[in-house]
Design a protein around this ligand. Structure first.
Ligand code: GAP
Length: 516
């Protein structure tokens, strides 16, 4: 199945099973804004809990806060967002479609890279064990020609971005025959910058001074609370402040579902360190964060680091953790070395002294910062994309049938177990309710008695419930039930008294955290 088809199926599945709905759907939706349904909200909360526990609970020197979305407008001047938080925008005059100019060029680079990799793959298949990949890459004329093309385009592109040379960005697009995917023409407007921050008015008087912004990142709420937290928590450097919250960006091209939204959620941590130690901590956090992702067992080969070509206005080193989505490798998280840019500027703009006196070295300084910043929604997408599975399964006495199952990490699944009386009579529902009443304090359980047991299993598979407990007539006689495992579909008979312990072993977040 083409990857595009899988992507569409995932979106449809998420809507059908209460994970993600287009926002304001009965009014035909709102561009790039989405609502999380009953199962989506549970999964999202579990992702946030996994992150929060891994950051705040597992690190003695990291604390969490929850700052307001609205902040003083000067904050966004100090942070550089008013002057520099923009994307280069270009329109195609024929299709009237709008694009991010940098993304058009990045897609062109990706096409060249794909051509190179295809050549290598073909040769590897042809030569088998004798294939010398390094020699082939260095000597094959088609590969070397494309590598040269790639490097030339990339160098020109990075230079144009660094110099913010909008005319040159347009020229790169024209020289490389990049056309609009809709009209197929290169009839482009000039490239112009577009600030991504949403603004609104504070209070009832519409004056310039009352213009405030919806935060485009949660990080600034941490920076402006640095002094408060450091003092009240008596924190010693190195220490971190973590936060989960909404962020807003008026994205030019908002597409690819929850990949690029105008309202989204971030989980950010700013780690305050001594100047000069930033590269050491940068590497430390890169390793820590990739470990957090890999602990979910979604295939180590599905992750890679990507070093930034163009650094954000605040960074001196930056890398993304990319995940292999059905739409290719894309950024999920960024790890940034932000120097003392933010605290230094807040000191300047606010006039308040933001210094740390280091008792170990007897010196005062503006702390440097390593940031880890991950989008909750993109993380959600990695998990759903990895979990979505279509299978042909055997049914006893009948032909193979299709099943769609979400193979979610059990600790993150919206519903941990379904409690299913085999029939609606003979006191089986009452027995099932007893089990629910015992387990519901610790696990999100769902009770279902409608339809055949097979259909109920399929419904639970579709929302990724790892365990189904079936209560039958034997349960009344010997106090046992069957557990049916989502992935293997195997069943096991166990005593009801053992259920809390079994469930705890299988779905506890502790198991994930122990891997970190
Ligand atoms: N404080 C640094 C910062 O905001 P970023 O790379 O712009 O860095 C961090 O954003 C993460 O936020 C990204 O890796 C991505 O997961 C998420 N993110 C950014 N823009 C997004 C959008 N429009 N929709 C969904 N997630 C987004």
């Amino acid at each position: 199945m083409a990857n595009d088809d899988i992507f569409k199926k995932i979106i449809a599945h998420c809507k059908e099973y209460g994970f993600i709905f287009p926002s304001s759907e009965i009014y035909d939706g709102l561009g790039a804004v989405y609502d999380y349904g009953q199962n989506g909200a549970e999964l999202k909360n579990n992702i946030k809990q996994y992150w929060w526990k891994a950051m705040v609970q597992m690190n003695e020197n990291i604390v969490g806060i929850d700052s307001a979305i609205f902040m003083h407008p000067r904050i966004w001047e100090a942070s550089g967002h008013v002057a520099a938080f923009h994307d280069p925008l270009i329109d195609n005059k024929d299709s009237k479609k709008r694009y991010r100019a940098d993304q058009l060029i990045e897609e062109q680079l990706q096409k060249i890279e794909d051509k190179i990799e295809k050549e290598v793959e073909k040769a590897a298949a042809r030569f088998g064990d004798k294939f010398d990949e390094r020699l082939f890459r260095e000597t094959n004329p088609r590969v070397t020609e494309n590598v040269a093309k790639y490097n030339e385009l990339k160098n020109r592109f990075v230079k144009a971005l660094e110099n913010e040379d909008l005319a040159e960005i347009k020229q790169v697009i024209i020289d490389n025959n990049i056309v609009c995917p809709v009209s197929g023409t290169a009839n482009w407007t000039d490239v112009r910058q577009f600030n991504l921050m949403f603004s609104t008015q504070l209070g009832s008087v519409s004056e310039e001074t009352n213009t405030i912004y919806l935060r485009p990142e949660t990080a600034q709420g941490i920076f402006v609370n640095y002094l408060n937290v450091q003092k009240t928590g008596r924190m010693k450097i190195p220490f971190g402040i973590a936060q989960i919250g909404k962020a807003f960006r008026n994205e030019i091209v908002a597409r690819q579902w929850i990949m690029r939204m105008r309202e989204f959620e971030q989980m950010e941590m700013q780690f305050f360190i001594r100047p000069g130690s930033e590269m050491e901590w940068y590497e430390y956090w890169k390793e820590k964060r990739i470990k957090w992702h890999k602990a979910l067992d979604m295939g180590d080969e599905n992750y890679r680091f990507h070093d930034h070509d163009k650094l954000a206005h605040y960074a001196n080193a930056a890398a993304d953790i990319e995940f292999r989505f059905p739409i290719g490798f894309k950024e999920v998280e960024g790890i940034h070395s932000r120097t003392n840019f933010d605290l230094g500027n807040h000191e300047k703009f606010s006039g308040k002294k933001i210094q740390y006196f280091d008792p170990d070295t007897n010196e005062g300084y503006t702390p440097y910062v390593i940031e880890t910043s991950i989008g909750v929604d993109r993380m959600f997408f990695t998990i759903i994309a990895n979990a979505y599975t279509e299978e042909k399964v055997e049914r006893e006495g009948s032909a193979k049938e299709d099943r769609i199952v979400l193979k979610l990490p059990p600790a993150l699944a919206p519903v941990k177990l379904a409690v299913l009386p085999l029939t609606k009579k003979d006191s089986l529902p009452e027995k099932a309710r007893e089990i629910m009443d015992r387990l519901k304090f610790d696990f999100n359980c769902q009770y279902e008695e409608k339809d055949s047991i097979g259909r109920r299993y399929r419904r639970q598979d579709a929302i990724g419930t790892p365990f189904c407990i079936t209560i039958d007539h034997q349960s009344l006689a010997d106090n046992t039930v069957t557990i049916r495992y989502r992935d293997s579909m195997e069943q096991e008979r166990v005593s009801i008294d053992r259920l809390p312990q079994i469930m705890d072993e299988k779905v506890s977040m502790r198991k994930l955290l122990e891997k970190l």
